[in-house]
Every structure is written in structure tokens, then in C-alpha cells.
Design a protein around this ligand. Structure first.
Ligand code: B12
Ligand code: SF4
Length: 434
């Protein structure tokens, strides 16, 4: 009989015992929740879709050293991210091994990469560690959307172990938020991704910080493919950027910023220096990051481009293409919320209907997109009266949105039909700069 077949289907575990096991494996803190915890309501379907045996989840926190994360030398910060990332994976691995030895089935998805690449550009990671950590009482999300641990602050990385066992006690969420509302994360983010109202410009963060990851890497490959000769390639990509890409491939990808995390003074172990002398914290931690001269990657016409030019004129704006390509009509509609830019939406107040016919499908994908007061809403189905209606062959529309084909030919071939003022459709397009 294989070891797996000897595992009993469901066991009961003491939360205290599980905690001891996790700490012995190297976790700095840990907490467990049953799958029916209300904090996991919006995650449950994905969790069960990935591992249907799940009955409880163990969240693991490993702390990062602060000074390396804070230095403007990103090579130092990235070593700390990668080293702690490997360590939190190792801890989760050890816990699963210990549980397996005791006949309990458990599984440890990675803390970050690798992810399910065939799902790109949709949600390609299997478990979202942040909501599990919050449900397990290990912290709360700060304005910058990272989990802040009450003791270690946001200088932590997370992992989750999914167990086919019932824990006797589910943790309670932390009853206070360690976030101080100091807005230093808002001030430090070079691309303005962290908004003071808790909003997050995913596209801005992703395109800069993840320049050498995922679609950013794809964009570099396309630059190589499109270059006519060496001089043309060097016009597009600087020698330092080529070396940086090599370094990412050789040693683990370079995060370009993470300044929101670097400056955060929250957490019992972190806060004292800030409380004693706020000015010094700003001078020594925030300013060096703000004053750093560095390339900042933005999509032309995006809110991020305007932000860098206004707030950080000494940083070098590097316009890049939007590389979050939608693979289907549905992912296009889902992605609209992530790539919508509020700046170019100023003054626009309109409703758009999209009817996208996919090949071989009987029913088209239909959606209503509203843009009002610089905010976007995307709903499935056709609601209220539209100012503009787009009826299109989905593949043609996706190619147009990616910039692979012009609209005029598609209109002439009636692959795309538009009713309503074209100027409104053009204004809509500007909200999603390519
Ligand atoms: C996707 C992701 C990102 C995305 C989106 C971040 C976000 N705010 O959700 C990007 C690329 C921007 C990102 C950046 C960073 N991340 Co990150 N990231 C993740 C990941 C894989 C899942 C995030 C998640 O759970 N979101 C929560 C869901 C519930 O949020 P949501 O509002 O529904 O959806 C958001 C995203 O999911 C995104 N999204 C939706 N669809 C898609 C599709 C694709 C392909 C992508 C990429 C994103 C995306 O859109 C929303 C944006 O608000 C986790 C690892 C993991 N497996 O959990 C690490 C994780 C959240 N990241 C982490 C870190 C450290 C960072 C960075 C500091 C990276 C760095 N070293 O520079 C920055 C910080 C940016 C910030 N202020 O949030 C840590 C956070 C630790 C902590 N203390 O909380 C995690 C938990 C990794 C870990 N194991 O520790 N990250
Ligand atoms: S930097 Fe300040 S506002 Fe931002 S998450 Fe940390 S404590 Fe909250």
C-alpha cells in the first residue's frame, strides 16, 4: 500500500498542537481557520476547486528583515524577498511532511511563483494567502493592501497549508487594524498605485514593479522580435535594462519598487522609531526612495505617467505597452476594472453595451459598462439605456483592443458595428491606454 493510501480521510486536530508544529517548522507566527469561516466566503469556491479535501487552513507568517527592504538598493531588498519567500515555502513544506507522517493529508501551494501560467492573464495563483491570514487573525490589510501583522508590521511573507482535518478552534480576526493611516505608502509609491481612500491601481503597480515578470517579460521578448537591428533594439531597450532582464532570469525577478512596504511604520516591533521621531523616519526611510533616480515603467496616457511626471520629475519615465492582454471576451470584461484609468475618464458620463460573439458559441457575451465620476462599473448582461452599443466578433474586438488591428477595416467588414456617438467610444478607449 502506498503511504497516501494509508492516510485516514478526516482527522481532528488541536489548534494549539498545530501551532506548535508550525513554530517548530520555522514559522514566526501562525493561525488556523476552518473552511466555513465567514472571512473565507469569497475564497471558498476557489479553495475547494483547487483542493476539494480542504477542511481547515493553516496560515503561516515569516518575517523579513526590515533594513534590507528599506534600502534604495533594490538588489538588497530583492534578496530579502526571495530568501524569505524560499523560507516560507520551506516551512510550509516541513509542516506538510510532518502532517503526512501522522497520516493527515495536507498541501502547500507556493507563496508566489510558480503559478498556473496557462490561466494567464486571469487569476493564475491557486490560493490567495492574504484573506486566509486575515481570517486566521494574523493581521489586517493596510491602506496599501498588504497584511500588517500586529508585531512584525508588514515585513512578512505568507503561506497557507490546506488540511483535510478539522481543527478544534477557528481563530478570530484581529479586532483592530495596525494601519496608522499615516499615508506614507501613498507618498512613497512612485506610480501612485496606492490611493488614500484604499483604492489600488493594479495596472500601475503591475506594469512598473513587475516589469520583468509575466507580461512584462513577454513585452521585452516582443521588443527583441520587432527590432530591425542592433541599433533599433538599443533605442528601445537600454543596455542596463537588458542586464536587468538577464539578472531577473538568472537570480529571480527584480521587483522594481515595493516602496509601500518599505516605508510602513506600523507594527509593535517597527513603530517605536517612528513615534519617537517621525521627521527622522521620513528623512531616513521615505525620502531616499522618493529621491532615487531610476527608470519608472508606465503606460503612455495612464494615471501613473501623469503621477510620475508631476511628483517625481527627476525619475526617468519609461513608457511601455499595456501587456495585460485579454485572452477571451470574459477576461477582457473582468480586466477592465484592473486597467481602467480615472484621469482620462474626467468628464465622461456614459453607458456602454458590449455584445461580443465568440466563434462556435450560441449566445454572445453581453455586458454593461458605466463610466461616471471617474469610476467604472462592469455588469454582466444589458442594463439601462446605452449611449453606445458595440456588437462585434469577439476575436476581432480583442485584436483591436490589443493594438494588433485597426478599427476601420473591422468596421468596413462589419466584424464590428457601433451605434452611438463615435466620440464617446473614443473617450472610452482613452480610459484604457494601450
Ligand atoms: C496578485 C498578487 C499581486 C498583484 C496584485 C496585488 C494585490 N493588491 O492584490 C501585484 C502584481 C500588483 C502584486 C504586488 C505586490 N505584491 Co503580491 N501577490 C499577489 C498574489 C499572487 C495574490 C494577491 C491576492 O491574493 N489578492 C487578493 C485578492 C483577494 O485581491 P483582489 O482585490 O480580489 O484582486 C486583486 C488582485 O488579485 C488583482 N488581480 C485580479 N486578477 C488578476 C490577474 C492577474 C494575472 C494578476 C497578476 C492580478 C490580478 O486585481 C486586484 C487588484 O486589487 C499573492 C500571493 C498569493 N498567492 O496569495 C502575492 C502577495 C499578496 N504579494 C505580496 C507582496 C509582498 C507584494 C509586493 C510588495 C511585491 C514586491 N515584493 O514588490 C507588491 C505590493 C503591492 C501592493 N501594494 O499590493 C505578499 C504580501 C505580504 C503581505 N504582507 O501582505 C503576498 C501575499 C505574497 C506572499 N506569499 O507573501 N501582488
Ligand atoms: S504606510 Fe501608513 S497608511 Fe500605509 S499601510 Fe502602513 S501604516 Fe497604513
Amino acid at each position: 500500500m502506498s503511504p497516501v493510501e494509508t492516510l485516514s480521510p478526516v482527522l481532528h486536530l488541536g489548534a494549539a498542537e498545530l501551532r506548535q508544529l508550525a513554530l517548530a517548522a520555522g514559522a514566526d507566527d501562525t493561525g488556523c481557520v476552518r473552511l466555513d469561516h465567514p472571512g473565507l466566503d469569497d475564497q471558498r469556491a476557489d479553495i475547494l476547486g483547487f483542493y476539494p479535501r480542504t477542511r481547515s487552513l493553516l496560515s503561516i507568517v515569516c518575517r523579513m528583515n526590515r533594513e534590507p527592504i528599506r534600502t534604495p538598493a533594490r538588489s538588497v531588498a530583492n534578496s530579502e524577498f526571495h530568501r524569505t519567500g524560499e523560507w516560507v515555502n520551506e516551512v510550509a513544506h516541513r509542516i506538510v511532511a510532518a502532517l503526512e507522517r501522522r497520516g493527515i493529508r495536507a498541501i502547500n501551494p507556493p507563496m508566489g511563483f510558480p503559478m498556473e501560467a496557462d490561466r494567464w492573464p486571469d487569476k493564475m495563483w491557486v490560493i490567495s494567502h492574504k484573506p486566509v491570514a486575515v481570517a486566521a487573525g494574523l493581521g489586517r490589510m493596510g491602506i496599501h493592501r498588504n497584511v500588517i501583522h500586529p508585531k512584525f508590521g508588514n515585513f512578512i511573507l505568507l503561506a497557507t497549508v490546506l488540511l483535510e482535518a478539522d481543527v478544534d478552534e477557528s481563530a478570530k480576526p484581529l479586532d483592530f487594524s495596525p494601519c496608522l493611516n499615516c499615508m506614507l505608502c501613498v507618498a512613497a509609491c512612485p506610480v501612485g498605485a496606492v490611493k488614500p481612500d484604499g483604492g489600488f491601481d493594479f495596472s500601475a503597480c503591475y506594469h512598473h514593479n513587475y516589469r520583468e515578470f509575466m507580461g512584462g517579460f513577454g513585452d521585452w521578448v516582443e521588443q527583441v522580435a520587432e527590432s530591425r537591428n542592433r541599433a533599433d533594439y538599443r533605442r528601445r531597450v537600454t543596455p542596463a535594462e537588458t542586464v536587468s532582464m538577464w539578472q531577473s532570469l538568472g537570480f529571480g525577478p527584480n521587483y522594481k519598487a515595493a516602496y509601500c512596504l518599505a516605508v510602513c511604520p506600523a507594527g509593535e516591533d517597527v513603530i517605536a522609531a517612528y513615534r519617537t521621531d517621525k521627521g527622522r523616519h521620513v528623512r531616513e526611510v521615505v525620502k531616499p526612495l522618493q529621491e532615487k533616480t531610476e527608470p519608472v515603467y508606465v503606460i503612455r496616457g495612464s494615471d501613473a505617467e501623469a503621477h510620475v511626471k508631476k511628483r517625481y520629475p527627476h525619475k526617468q519615465v519609461r513608457p511601455i505597452r499595456n501587456n495585460l492582454y485579454a485572452a477571451s471576451a470574459r477576461s477582457l470584461l473582468r480586466g477592465m476594472r484592473l486597467t481602467f484609468q480615472s484621469g482620462p475618464a474626467a468628464g465622461l458620463d456614459a453607458t456602454f453595451h458590449f455584445i461580443l460573439q465568440e466563434e462556435g458559441k450560441l449566445v454572445p457575451v453581453e455586458a454593461t459598462v458605466g463610466i461616471r465620476q471617474q469610476k467604472i462599473t462592469v455588469r454582466e448582461g444589458l442594463h439601462e439605456k446605452a449611449d453606445v452599443t458595440v456588437r462585434a466578433d469577439a476575436e476581432t474586438w480583442l485584436r483591436f483592443v490589443r493594438g494588433d488591428t485597426g478599427i476601420v477595416g473591422a468596421l468596413l467588414r462589419r466584424k464590428v458595428r457601433v451605434s452611438g456617438p463615435i466620440r464617446l467610444l473614443q473617450a472610452f478607449g482613452r480610459c484604457f491606454p494601450k
